[in-house]
Design a protein around this ligand. Sequence first.
Ligand SMILES: NC(=O)C1=CN([C@@H]2O[C@H](COP(=O)(O)OP(=O)(O)OC[C@H]3O[C@@H](n4cnc5c(N)ncnc54)[C@H](O)[C@@H]3O)[C@@H](O)[C@H]2O)[C@H](O)CC1
Ligand SMILES: [K+]
Length: 521
Amino acid sequence: MEWSNNRQETIERVVVSAEQMRQIEGRIFSAGMPVEALMEKVAGLLTARIVATYPLEKFSSVGVLVGPGHNGGDALVIARELHLQGYKVSIFCPFSKLKPLTGSHASYARSLSIPFYDRAHPLKNSQFLIDGLFGFGLTRELSGELAAEVEEINSWSQPIASIDLPSGIHTDTGAVLGTAVKATQTFCLGLWKRAFFQDAALSHCGRATLIDFGIPLADIRAILEPVPTIERVTNATMREHLPLPRPPVTHKYKQGHLLLICGSRRYCGGAILTGLGARASGVGMLSIAVPESLKLLLVSHLPEALIVGCPETKTGAIAEFPDVLDDLEQFSAIVCGPGLTLDARSRVREILNVNAPLILDADALNCLAQWGTTSTLAQRQGETILTPHLGEFKRLFPDFNYPLQDAIASAQNAAAQSGAIIVLKGARTAIAHPNGSVKIVPESTPALARGGSGDVLAGLIGGLVAQPTTDIAATVATAATWHARAGLLAAGERTELGVDAHTLGQFLTPALAEILAYPLL
Ligand SMILES: NC(=O)C1=CN([C@@H]2O[C@H](COP(=O)(O)OP(=O)(O)OC[C@H]3O[C@@H](n4cnc5c(N)ncnc54)[C@H](O)[C@@H]3O)[C@@H](O)[C@H]2O)[C@H](O)CC1
Ligand SMILES: [K+]
């Protein structure tokens, strides 16, 4: 990513670790901003959001969970303000030792006669809760009585708003440290923390919102230079890496020629879905190599594509490429894998020798896993893009520790090990480049957890990579985010159960229109 001079755009993009956040905060404090002033500012912004979300008329009583550090300090300032606005506030603070600033706020809150409890139970009937037990300073597991209290709180039914992070979630890995608060919504402070993009944390975060409290661009850059390693894909990223606008004078071959190698008699649907994903990309020319017996079926679904029927094995897999595919170097990108079956393994081996950018999915990944040759991909001349879901990832990289503790770091390691761009698919898909940078699809929907949606993605990635691009990893990340946005749009209209892969393909173009209509920051 290039640095933008736009502060808002930058804070939407960057994703930081606890250590980086601490360093950025350190610069602000040593430049003269008083800690007390920043806490007031942050808590003031949070109070306004909380009052808007939980208006006094409907939510007149609030329970505030207060920890020993500055997360607890934020919570106490909010508790004070809500008390002054007329809310009935109760505080749960089971700690005897508080950081000095937090201790001062606790004394002042007590002086206002806000009740303090060292058990959570008295807060049970509060209409909503604010969780300020721990933020990015959490280092140890929650255990003993505190863990039991958090579990009791989680068994209640009122909404919970967490400050900065759901307490108990590791800021970087997103792991649950012992136990963690299950928030309805989380207000992430200042900059996005890594946990919000780790599948492990998602069921605890609820709806996540970034609260911009005005971190200067210079402080972000000073700590994250030369470029931020981890970034969210924003609308601006997508706009930059979509092949739009097209040049006014062009022709189909200038807009890329994509080859899909997919399908078998056993799995014919995957070939159609990959074709539909590719179609939506707008790629200039689309060729699809399938077993001969699938040819007519593919033509009927994708009349614009050049369908190449291939001789097939007894089992109905692609046995060899016909003469028309003699020159595989003519293609600007190749997608290989969906629905192939392992009986097409010799074709996968052949395709690895082609220099074009190569997107390997499904059975092509299974072949690689069987051969154990992932590390040889670095020797390919063209870029290799692997699109595993977690199960495929495990087969490709069996030496990692499973279950994965840190999906983002694992994708980074896998990219470095293999020399390939890794698209680790999950609730928050991560796209890792061998140079260490990671791009994250910031939002998605469980509606996409369905057979065939990966085929659509492989085709879409191929179609964008085949078109003129200056940054393949950013283009891949754009495709993955576009795909997720189509899922969200489709789920919004048709419910989470109504997004079959074929429908998803039909929502790609409306989702693109939505992305393009969105104002650039
Ligand atoms: N730059 C910002 O984003 C700002 C953040 N603010 C808030 O401050 C917290 C971070 O505060 P910090 O004091 O560093 O840490 P925590 O409040 O998260 O808690 C650390 C505290 O807890 C103790 N501790 C750690 N683990 C455990 C455990 N398992 N059991 C018991 N105690 C534990 C540890 O020893 C510390 O004492 C950030 O998230 C924001 O909410 C500022 O208010 C504004 C600027
Ligand atoms: K918290």
